[in-house]
Structure formats: structure tokens, C-alpha cells
Design a binder for this molecule. Structure first.
Ligand code: 26Q
Length: 753
């Protein structure tokens, strides 16, 4: 067996010190691909296809080196020749083929499937441009295309293509693949389809492009909207392109393994990631029909093969399509959807469970629930809300279909790769077993009373904070105080996530500091967030945060006590710097609205303490660590749901009745803010908060402020207690390993292999 140095020199045809960074990067990539290839295993029994419009992979070089157990050797061998792995990682471009949580979850799941030696491939789209790059001009968000593909060698085009009919014309879906390595496991594939006639030359200003030329724009962009519905028809074209090519590939693979189509469910399990791939249901029925399977039998086969995951209870995010749009894009599917609707109606007299409603609107989630064998939510509370309120009618019809699978994250990327110091320390205390068996982290609990050990963990956090401060200065030009407490809110910008409540807290603190009421510890508030390009209020909130950051920075009475750093272009690579450096994890969504959250788990795993509402997986984090190791505040989901039902929330009463709230909101239009800010944006936000505040920030504002100041006090006054909380959080994070989640999916839904 050759060592890494011999293999690299062999590929390069010269010594490592003679090669430049680009050559080294290509050579390393080839080494990884070769070794990954050796871990491909034949499939016997059932294989999973995780079909998703998004896979937010992040950079792949280090991740693959870790999974293939090459990381340390490669790093050493490069350093010996005066080269650095970090420099090669800079060359690697990040595939941002996702918006946020749902896409990142899909990437974590692929890692865990391969790690657990389960046969499971991803199926999706190869977007030429990933999620837009965020740029700020005058503190306003602008979107720029991200040409990640130009600099990325991980994607392999194959010679396979599948014909797909769109609006009566045929297009070829080219199969491209990215190898998915497991940690000491097998190699699976991420199958991404591309339309080769796509033309990057049609991109105009920012990320604008003509919406009507499918042959040029079909796989050009990932849809950046996770909230609004611009350009919906193109999204429909994308979805069908993905599911039709995917379904053909699945049937072809299964047939090659001996499947006779009647027994498809013995060969394939298909997990539908939210409603974006839902058309795979009628498409499979159609294709089975072409293979000679009768309609009723095809319906049964597809139901037994497919399962559906729901990621949201926000009704505006549940996909509904006008039947007219479907007739235009996929006329050959509509007769099938009509028949499925008839079956659905024959199973229940409850009109609310129909697939096509009285207005001719097609409800994708309804089709999923009727014609898959499993519907799961992504955290305990979320699943309960689905069963008891949002989807109660369906739960009465099919109680056996509903189940919960609490989300998880891969510890290889979100601990081992992003926080090597902490990983090493944990390993020196409890051995390496936690890397594959996350529950072993519990052994850290034995260190709770060991002050020297607590100090050691605190030193690592301090070093990670200094590293983040350095990165912020180098890449963002922002100087932050590494000795302050770091509170981080990093996630897509959405009103329900309530970055605006954090904003109001910061304005409140600004006034308090100016009045001489100094906080117990200086605070650095760090944000990372992209707003959907057409989501106006979300952009206004970002603007207000960026403007406030400048107001605070130039006030010498305030800036020693509080800083606001809004990271430009938050993505997986930025996240990897931020999670290890956090003291306080901000998870402050309006209870009942955040299905799960996964950033909350990554912060916890890296030793941050959560400040959060009883929402999503925060509920289970609280359960794991105990009430004394988390800062919970705010209305419960029951209270929120009741308040919505009563319809009696009036933001203006809170604004008028609470001087602190009024002072903070009024400040949005102060001279200080208007010096750097745009009146139009700030005024719109101010009015939104006073007259709408749909996500009830004002009723939770005081509880949030009190809890946050309590956390700051504990951090400042009782460091040993704080460090113990951090340790207890790390020790109890094992439950949130995606390995656990995937093992549960496999046990309850897939039964692979
Ligand atoms: C729908 C229709 C039209 C255009 C876009 C969309 C669209 C796109 C993306 C709808 C939703 C999304 C993404 C949703 C998402 O990321 N949900 C998050 O999923 C995570 C993983 O389960 C959870 O942890 C988060 O709580 C949930 O918000």
C-alpha cells in the first residue's frame, strides 16, 4: 500500500514542493476520488433514493479527507513540503445547492447514510449557479450569481441522459454525479440532473434572467425564494425535470438488479423531501403504466415505495399549483392526478383532504399523504402540531402513517471538521468512539466538577473566538472584541425567526448603555442571514441591523459594550467558522413556527448555550440538557396557536403601552439611523412592527430581554457555572447526530439492504 506522499507524487508526476496549489488541489481531488471509488459496494435488497430540490453540501475537500481517514496524513505531508491544506481549501468552491435548513439536512443525511453503510443515493438538480451571493451596497442586500461550477471538480458528468417531456417538447436530462463518502463507511452517489443547453450568458443584472426560455434557463439557478412565489412556472418545470429523470433512473437501476416492476418496493425506497419532488408520485404511476402495470396496482406499488417528509407548518410555504399551470407544463400527468384525486375523495367525505380543491388548486402535500405510506415531521413538537392541528383531518384518516423523525446533523462536518481543537480535547478525555457513536459524548458528564477540565474547554472556545475575530477582520473588514460574549443568530432571514426581536433588544441595550446602565459583560451580536430577493420586509430587517451596527460602532460610549457584526454572504463555509465560536445560540422563533431548526443543534454540539423559545427541536434540547442548562423564554406554542385563533393580537397596543418597546421602535426613524439608512426601508419596517407584527415579537420582547440579560449575568458573574453549562450541552448533543436520525428512518420507514 503506497502512502499519501507516494500517491500524490505519482499523480503529479513531480514532487509536492515543485507543484503549485492548483496542481496539488487537482491531485488531491483525484486521490480522494480514487479512494472513494474503492468504497463503492454492490447493493442487495432495498436501496434508498432521497429526492430533494436542494442539497446544501458545503465544501467537500476536508470533509472527504476526514471521511476517508486521510486528513491528518495529507495535512502533515503537505506541511512537510511547505504547503498548506488551508490554502487548497480556499481553491475548493462551495456547492450551495440549497437555501437553508432543508437543503443542509439533505446533505447531512447523505453523510450519515454512507457512514452507516446504508445504500442510499441523493437525487436532485445540478444548478449552474447555487444560491445567490449576498453583497451589500449602502447596507442594502444585492444578489449576485454564484458560478460555483466553474471551480469545482467534484462533479462528474456521465454518459447517461433521460428524455423528459416539458410542455409537449422533449429535453435531455444529463446525469451528473458527486461521490458521497461515509466516515469509515461506503461511498454512495449524489445524482444531479442538468440540461446541457442552459446558457449562463442570459444572466442580466444581478441574478435576473429571461424567465421564458426553458432550454436556456432550466437548471441555471436554484430558486432563492423560500417564501415568495415569483417565477413559479419555471420552478414547476424544474421540479418535473428532476422527478421524471429521477424516476426513470430509479426504474432502470432496479430493473438492472432484477426488479420486474411489480416488486419495485422491494428494490427501492423513495423519500420525498418536502413537496418539491411530489410529482414523482404520478410520474412513477405513469412510467409503470408504460411498463404494463395496471393503474390500481401502480398506485399501490408507489404508495409502498414512497414516503414524505414535511418541513413546515407555514401554510404559505405548502406548495399548491393551479391546475392550469400543471396542464401547461405536464399535460400528461393531469389525467393521473385527476384519478388520484377521485380515489382520495372516495376515501373521505371531508373536502379538506381533496388533492384538487373547489378552486381547481392542486395541493401537493395532500397527494403525498394519500399516496405514500409514511408522513413524518422533523421534531417532536412539529409532528404533534401536524397531527393535532395542521393535518388533523389526515391523521384521522391515516393515523398509522404519521410519525416523527427529529432532525440531526453530521458530527463529521459540524464537530470534527469545523472544530478540530474541541474534537481533539474530547478524544483525549473519552476516546474516539463518539465519532461513530455520538451517545458516548455523555461520558463527558464525568468532568462536570473538574474545574481544570472546564477551564480547558473554555480556553478552546476562547481560541475559536479569536479565530472568528481574525476571519471577520480579514474577510469582512469588521473588528470585533474577542473577549466579549458572542451571541450568534445565523439562519435565513424570515419574520417568524424574529431577527427583528433581536434588533429591538439591541436598540434597547443601546439606550440603556447611553443612560449609564452598563451590561454585565460586553456583547458581540453576530448575524448571518440571506433574505429571499423578493421578501421586502426581510430585506428591511437586514438593512436595519446593518445600519444599527454602524450607529453603534461610531458611538464611543456604546461600542466598548456592544458590537453588531452582520456577516456578508452567510453560507456553509462561514457557518463552519461561526458555530465553534459562539457563547449564546439565538433560537428565538415564534413558538409553533420553526419546524425543527438544525443550527440550534450545531451550536449546542460546539458548546454554546441556547437562548430560545419552546419551539421546534429547542423543546428536545431543553429535555436533553435540563431546564437549568438552557435559557427558555416566551409564549408557548399553545398560547400562540390560541392567540392566532382568537385573532385578537393588536401590536399597536403593545407599542403604545410599553415605553421600552415604543422607544426601540421609534429609534428606527431617528436621525442617528437615517444618517446611514434609507427612510423608505426603515419606515416600512417601523410600520410593520406597529401595525402588523404577524409573528408577535412585541409580546415576547420583555421576556426575551430579561432572559438574555440573565444569560449575560451568569456568563460574567459565574464563569464556572457557565462553563459547566457549556460542557453539559456538548455531552448531551449525541441525540442530535444525524446518524441517530437516519437509523430511525431506516428502522421505521426504509428497511434498507
Ligand atoms: C416553496 C415554493 C416555492 C418556492 C420555494 C419554496 C420553498 C423553498 C425552500 C419552500 C421551503 C423551502 C425550505 C424550507 C426549509 O428549509 N425548512 C426548514 O427545514 C429544516 C429541516 O427540516 C427545519 O429544521 C427548519 O425548521 C425548516 O424551516
Amino acid at each position: 500500500m503506497m502512502n499519501v506522499e507516494q500517491r500524490l507524487t505519482g499523480i503529479l508526476g513531480k514532487s509536492i514542493s515543485e507543484a503549485d496549489d492548483r496542481q496539488l488541489y487537482s491531485a488531491l481531488m483525484q486521490l480522494v476520488q480514487d479512494q472513494a471509488g474503492e468504497q463503492i459496494r454492490p447493493v442487495s435488497g432495498r436501496k434508498l433514493y432521497y429526492i430533494s430540490a436542494e442539497f446544501l453540501l458545503g465544501k467537500l475537500l476536508s470533509n472527504n479527507l476526514i471521511n476517508l481517514n486521510l486528513y491528518d496524513e495529507v495535512k502533515e505531508c503537505l506541511e512537510k513540503s511547505g504547503k498548506s491544506l488551508a490554502a487548497l481549501e480556499e481553491i475548493d468552491s462551495e456547492p450551495s445547492l440549497g437555501n437553508g435548513g432543508l437543503g443542509r439536512l439533505a446533505a447531512c443525511f447523505l453523510d450519515s447514510l454512507a457512514t452507516l453503510n446504508l445504500p442510499g443515493d441523493g437525487v436532485g438538480l445540478l444548478y449552474h449557479c447555487g444560491l445567490f451571493r449576498q453583497k451589500f451596497e449602502n447596507e442594502l442586500q444585492h444578489e449576485k450569481p454564484d458560478f460555483w461550477l466553474d471551480n469545482n471538480g467534484w462533479v462528474k458528468r456521465t454518459d447517461k441522459a433521460y428524455p423528459v417531456m416539458l410542455a409537449g417538447r422533449q429535453y435531455a436530462a444529463r446525469l451528473c454525479q458527486i461521490a458521497v463518502t461515509g466516515y469509515n463507511g461506503r461511498t454512495n452517489q449524489l445524482n444531479l440532473f442538468d440540461l446541457e443547453s442552459v446558457d449562463e450568458g442570459i444572466i442580466g443584472d444581478g441574478i435576473s434572467f429571461p424567465k421564458d426560455q426553458i432550454e436556456k434557463n432550466l437548471t441555471l439557478f436554484l430558486y432563492p425564494d423560500d417564501s415568495d412565489d415569483a417565477g413559479r412556472l419555471l420552478r414547476l418545470y424544474q421540479q418535473y425535470f428532476m422527478v421524471s429523470a429521477g424516476a426513470q433512473m430509479i426504474l432502470e437501476e432496479c430493473a438492472a438488479r432484477g426488479c420486474n416492476y411489480h416488486d419495485l418496493a422491494d428494490y427501492a425506497a423513495i423519500q420525498i423531501n418536502d413537496t418539491h419532488p411530489s410529482m414523482i408520485i404520478p410520474e412513477l404511476i405513469r412510467l409503470l403504466g408504460e411498463k404494463g402495470v395496471g393503474f390500481d396496482e401502480a398506485v399501490e406499488i408507489v404508495t409502498n415505495t414512497c414516503a414524505y417528509t414535511n418541513h413546515t407548518i407555514l401554510s404559505e410555504a405548502l406548495e399548491k399549483w393551479p391546475a392550469g399551470s400543471l396542464y401547461r407544463v405536464v399535460p400528461h400527468l393531469m389525467p393521473i392526478i385527476d384519478r388520484l384525486n377521485q380515489i382520495a375523495r372516495s376515501r373521505s367525505s371531508d373536502a379538506s383532504t381533496a388533492i384538487i380543491d373547489g378552486n381547481g388548486t392542486v395541493h401537493m402535500a395532500h397527494m403525498d399523504i394519500h399516496f405514500t405510506h409514511s408522513t413524518n415531521g422533523v421534531a417532536y413538537l412539529h409532528t404533534e402540531i401536524l397531527k393535532n392541528s395542521e393535518l388533523a383531518n389526515f391523521n384521522r384518516l391515516y393515523p398509522w402513517k404519521f410519525n416523527n423523525k427529529t432532525n440531526g446533523v453530521t458530527f463529521r462536518r459540524w464537530l470534527m471538521a469545523c472544530n478540530p481543537m474541541l474534537t481533539k480535547e474530547i478524544e483525549s478525555r473519552i476516546g474516539p468512539g463518539f465519532k461513530k457513536d455520538a451517545d458516548e459524548l455523555k461520558n463527558l458528564l464525568a468532568l462536570q466538577e473538574d474545574e481544570a477540565a472546564l477551564q480547558r474547554f473554555a480556553d478552546i472556545k476562547a481560541a475559536n473566538k479569536r479565530a472568528l475575530a481574525k476571519w471577520m477582520l480579514e474577510t469582512q473588514g469588521i473588528e470585533i472584541n474577542p473577549d466579549a460574549m458572542f451571541a450568534i443568530q445565523a439562519k435565513r432571514l424570515h419574520e417568524y425567526k424574529r431577527q427583528q426581536m433581536n434588533l429591538l433588544f439591541l436598540i434597547h441595550q443601546y439606550f440603556e448603555i447611553k443612560a449609564g446602565h452598563l451590561p454585565p459583560v460586553p456583547l458581540v451580536s453576530i448575524f448571518g442571514a440571506k433574505a429571499a430577493p423578493a421578501y421586502t420586509i426581510a430585506k428591511d430587517i437586514i438593512h436595519a441591523l446593518r445600519v444599527l451596527s454602524r450607529v453603534v460602532a461610531e458611538d464611543p460610549a456604546v461600542s466598548p459594550w456592544m458590537q453588531i457584526a452582520f456577516v456578508e454572504n452567510y453560507n456553509v463555509s462561514a457557518a463552519e467558522k461561526m458555530f465553534p465560536a459562539c457563547d449564546l445560540s439565538e433560537q428565538i422563533s415564534l413558538a409553533s413556527k420553526e419546524a425543527s431548526g438544525t443550527g440550534n443543534m450545531k451550536f449546542m454540539l460546539n458548546g454554546a448555550v441556547t437562548l430560545g423559545t419552546m419551539d421546534g427541536a429547542n423543546v428536545e434540547i431543553a429535555q436533553q440538557v435540563g431546564g437549568e442548562n438552557i435559557y427558555i423564554f416566551g409564549q408557548s406554542s399553545d398560547q400562540v396557536i390560541r392567540r392566532y385563533a382568537a385573532g385578537d393580537y393588536c401590536a399597536r397596543e403593545w407599542y403604545e403601552g410599553d415605553p421600552n418597546i415604543r422607544r426601540a421602535i421609534d429609534f428606527l426613524l431617528s436621525d442617528e439611523m437615517l444618517r446611514y439608512g434609507s427612510r423608505e426601508n426603515l419606515e416600512r419596517l417601523k410600520n410593520e412592527l406597529i401595525y402588523k407584527d404577524w409573528f408577535q415579537t412585541l409580546p415576547d420582547f420583555n421576556a426575551y430581554t430579561i432572559r438574555k440579560l440573565q444569560a449575560m449575568t451568569d456568563y460574567a458573574v459565574n464563569p464556572v457555572k457557565w462553563r459547566r453549562m457549556c460542557l453539559v450541552n456538548i455531552a448531551n448533543a449525541g441525540f442530535f447526530s444525524a446518524d441517530r436520525t437516519i437509523a430511525e428512518y431506516n428502522r421505521d420507514i426504509w428497511q434498507l439492504g
